[in-house]
Design a protein around this ligand. Structure first.
Ligand code: PEP
Ligand code: MN
Length: 347
């Protein structure tokens, strides 16, 4: 249920209403928007409790949210959530580009790729230190050493970092070295992991499970939000369909659908979404025009020799730089700003 307050309700009155709700052993989540303030009320309550809240001074209306997820829904939080982490704003006016290899391999590799991401105008360095591989004998990532290599490269080149965390036990160490925690498609419903991510403040990029509905996806986000971490972004990375030409089917309609259902930022992953380098440029542009707040794109200096099989979907550095120059041109048509700082293409 949400209680809608008149915009002029003073802070002290909002606090009194929150206390009233909490006295009934319910959770109250306040969301102050431009047009209205909303209090999300979570827990078990009777219809007469809703009536009591409606009668409180300052409350304009009380509305039941029938969806199973509450905090993730736009009903609860009408304005877009803008995550601000160390000055990089995700979900606002800026288009945010995350680029880098599938996996961190060596200090030299990640340093050079970080330099190229920064030179092209990207804001975030991606790279997996712990890799969720289909087979147990495949390269599993370089682990904690990789986190350290990434942090050094990110700090040196002035980029935020994003890396995948696969188990609750590794959340604290990943959060110590990296900025954004990535939950992979295979872990979207690893509820213990989601609960643990609710206890930290680092932004979480939650990838859609490859067979998850929007409802299941938003309920997974709800676990993190309900745990107390408001910094969640959703990532469409392709779903499994009958098509085999592409690795996955990037569900472009997920982008505006999720923006309608939820206030959380939406990021698109055209690399895993297609599995083919030559499709990344068009799917990146389509994602931006569909309303994505950012992209996470694989780029490698030597994709043919990359340590995961994802070289085939990784852009070469010059393709990555060219893509970002083109995104700079189209971003305004999608209501976004993106600035490559006019760095020439051949750096
Ligand atoms: C990745 O980003 O390298 C990755 C493994 O992604 P996904 O979980 O979407 O497969
Ligand atoms: Mn990958």
């Amino acid at each position: 249920m949400i209680a809608i307050l008149s915009p002029s309700t003073p802070d002290e009155r909002i606090q009194e209403i929150v206390q009233f709700i909490e006295k009934h052993e319910l959770q109250a989540h306040v969301s102050k928007g431009m047009e209205r303030t909303v209090i999300g009320i979570i827990g078990q309550f009777s219809p007469s409790f809703g009536e009591q809240v409606r009668q409180l001074k300052g409350v304009e209306n009380v509305v039941r949210i029938s969806k199973s997820y509450k905090l993730a829904s736009r009903d609860f939080h009408p304005d877009n959530t803008v995550i601000d982490w160390k000055g990089v704003k995700i979900g606002g006016d800026d288009l945010v580009i995350m680029g880098g290899p599938c996996a961190v391999e060596t200090p030299e590799q990640i340093d050079e790729i970080a330099r190229l991401v920064k030179a092209a105008g990207g804001q975030v360095l991606r790279g997996g230190a712990f890799k969720p591989r289909t087979g147990p004998y495949a390269f599993q990532g370089v682990g904690v050493e990789g986190l350290k290599m990434m942090k050094e490269a990110g700090d040196k080149h002035g980029l935020l970092t994003i890396t995948e965390v696969m188990t609750p036990e590794y959340v604290d160490i990943c959060a110590e070295y990296a900025d954004i925690m990535q939950v992979g498609t295979r872990n979207m419903q690893n509820f213990d992991l989601l609960r643990k991510l609710g206890t930290i403040k680092n932004p979480v990029l939650l990838k859609r499970g490859f067979s998850a509905t929007y409802d299941e996806f938003l309920n997974a986000a709800e676990y993190i939000l309900a745990g107390g971490n408001p910094n969640v972004m959703l990532c469409e990375r392709g779903i499994r369909t009958f098509e085999t030409y592409t690795r996955n089917t990037l569900d472009l309609a997920a982008i505006p659908s999720l923006k309608t259902l939820s206030h959380l930022p939406v990021i698109s992953d055209p690399s895993h979404g297609t599995g083919r380098r030559e499709l990344v440029e068009s799917m990146s542009k389509a994602s931006v025009m569909a309303g994505a707040d950012g992209l996470i794109v694989e780029m490698h200096t030597d994709p043919d020799n990359s340590m995961t099989g994802d070289g085939v979907q990784s852009l070469y550095p010059d393709q990555f730089a060219k893509l970002l120059h083109e995104l700079e041109q189209i971003a305004p048509f999608a209501g976004k700003k993106f600035d490559t700082k006019k760095v020439p293409l051949n750096v």
